[in-house]
Ligand binder design. Sequence first.
Ligand code: SF4
Length: 444
Amino acid sequence: MQRPMPADATGGVAPLPSGAAVLDAEAFVRPLIDNARQPVVALLRRWLGVPQGTDLTVRDLAPVADPTLRLAVAIGGPPPFPLVVTDATHTPALWRGTHLAVAHSGAGVAADRPLLAALTGRLESARTAGMEAELVRTARAWREVARVPPGEWLTFSADAALLRITFRCSQDCDFCWQDRDWRAPDDATVDGWIEAIGAARSRELTLSGGEPTLHPRLGHWIARARQLGLVAGIQTNAIRLARPDVLAALVEAGLQFVSISHHTANAADSDRLTRAPGTFAKTEAGIAACLAAGLHVNLNAVVDRRTLPGLPAHAEALVERFGAPAAPGQLSVSYSQPSEAWDAVVRADQVPPLDAVHAPLLRALQTLAAAGIAARADGPCGFPPCVLRGAPQGGPEPTPALAVHREGRAFGAVCGGCLQRAACIGVRRAWLEQHGERGLVPFL
Ligand code: SF4
């Protein structure tokens, strides 16, 4: 069974759209961030007494991981008059309230003493504890939205889109690059994005997370994607898909494919990796249920030091457990490198050198190919060609690597003379920094 092609409105199979637009994730996310910033600008305008018609811009100065509130405010201009609004403990402060302090940033404009005195007077006369607390609250809400990299909410290739609808999850893998408290786009935003993806004549939409099956509107979005002519699927841990009512509702909505995380053959090892005891058995039950329901199933394994030695046995287990229930072409397997953004301490322990990856990964790919299961490790999150030398790569070509996938990748000095250099996505920087060029063998 091949992965389904998009159906047209009459239910027939439509040809691949020509000239499908490649959408810009940044352009999709920008209005969301601007909307979240507006209440901050409005409050500052009111509080500082800046009239409409006079520019007031605000930037968040604090690094993502820094809980301190630190806003750069620029009023009027040119040059704009610069202020810094920060937590009440900030010193030195031009003005200090219960929750906030305001300082003249001194950047670019000499201190205008009469203006500073006027601002201080306005702050004091306009100040209420409620207004200060409101500014802190809206600034933090804005940061919650702005700190999620646009490419984490949605990514687009020429004909496929991936959209993350929640960052909640029923597992807590230590190699996950997301923060579980990242703010997900609101429902109306997801509605609008799906309409735009349909209008752009994308071929395929993957709804992901976090764990998308935890979102109550998942079925609605799958149904809408199908109405728009998109092939619809999800990235999931499949825990909830083991429940017949949940899976039946999603299939009824139009679900066509699932990409399921499955990293090791051993339940105890898997539950340790996912930090969710007892969930491996549910994931495997979910996989079996998806195969029985006729969905296309891709199983993805993350390769790190813990999963690497067991890759051949993992491949054998996949053949044994799921090879027979799957119809021809219904099951595929992919391998990926963990993102660089995972816990730095865990990463330092768990990044394997690439020369150690080659042999076990090759054996796993060969085992799956011999069983007729399409498997690859060269996707946008996968491995460079030199690590996969001699390995079979089955199934459709992976989606092209986008800027979001190339960030954090680098090349070694030996790559300069490699014939695969133009086609290669490179190696994760963490691998290079930790192990140097071990395992990079240029094609000459
Ligand atoms: S360019 Fe470098 S990383 Fe890519 S295949 Fe060649 S040697 Fe390997």
